[in-house]
Design a protein around this ligand. Structure first.
Ligand SMILES: O=C(CO)[C@H](O)[C@H](O)COP(=O)(O)O
Length: 226
């Protein structure tokens, strides 16, 4: 069993009968979906699931999990997802797979948000290893880019996988990937990005996670928010 699978199985133990559970997106979230489906089938665990992406919805449906559309949800009990970076203050970077709008919506709308990572994803500051994705309304991208440059960011419009056009998110937005020459405070940057008109959402998840489950060579450490 690999570390992603291990941490996903441990998180699936947090799911109790009758819960409404948000399903994240990515390879770690896929293992969580698999384990949840196993518990649903073999242990009779009753849950309702809401997916953060079309990919996760299809996977959950194929495995027989009962799904509810996000528009029918007032709140969730638990959201479980991976992340690209996590700081010691439990701030996350997410959304390299473009689905950060639904991911943040479900994470914010949930009583608990458990984040699943391996140790390689622990960082000193957000943006240390990956650019920070910012989803923008297509007609706003140039004005948003200027605002981001004024904050000291290099902002590159993300290309699609074939590199013959721009990446378009599930919501029809463009993505600007941000890098900085000098250190930027995560909390300040989070607020600055929240305040720019034309930004649909961005990849900094600040003060949302309830717990981080960190896998390290076959062991899992659970870090719960105080
Ligand atoms: O934020 C995400 C998708 O938008 C993923 O959770 C993140 O990229 C981690 O992916 P993986 O579990 O495959 O390492």
């Amino acid at each position: 069993m690999n570390d992603k699978q291990l941490v996903a199985i441990q998180a699936a133990h947090q799911v109790k009968d009758g819960m409404t559970v948000g399903l994240g997106t990515g390879s770690t979230a896929n293992y969580f979906i698999q384990e949840l489906a196993r518990r649903h089938q073999e242990e009779g665990l009753r849950i309702t699931a809401a997916a953060s992406s079309v990919v996760s919805a299809i996977k959950a449906q194929e495995l027989g999990l009962p799904l509810v559309a996000i528009e029918h949800l007032g709140k969730l009990d638990l959201y479980v997802d991976g992340a690209d970076e996590v700081t010691t203050r439990m701030t996350l970077l997410k959304g390299r797979g473009y689905d950060l709008v639904r991911e943040k919506l479900l994470a914010r709308g949930s009583d608990q948000f458990i984040v699943l990572i391996d140790k390689s994803k622990l960082v000193g500051r957000i943006g240390e290893k990956f650019p920070i994705p910012v989803e923008v309304m297509p007609f706003a991208w140039q004005l948003v880019k200027s605002r981001l440059q004024a904050l000291g960011a290099h902002a590159e419009l993300r290309q699609n996988a074939a590199k013959d056009g721009w990446a378009i998110t599930s919501h029809g937005s463009l993505v600007l990937d941000l890098t900085f020459d000098s250190h930027t405070d995560d909390e300040t940057l989070n607020q600055q990005l929240n305040d720019i008109p034309g930004v649909v959402e961005h990849g900094i998840f600040h003060d949302i996670a309830t717990a981080i489950f960190v896998a390290d060579n076959g062991k899992v450490e659970e870090i719960w928010k105080n």
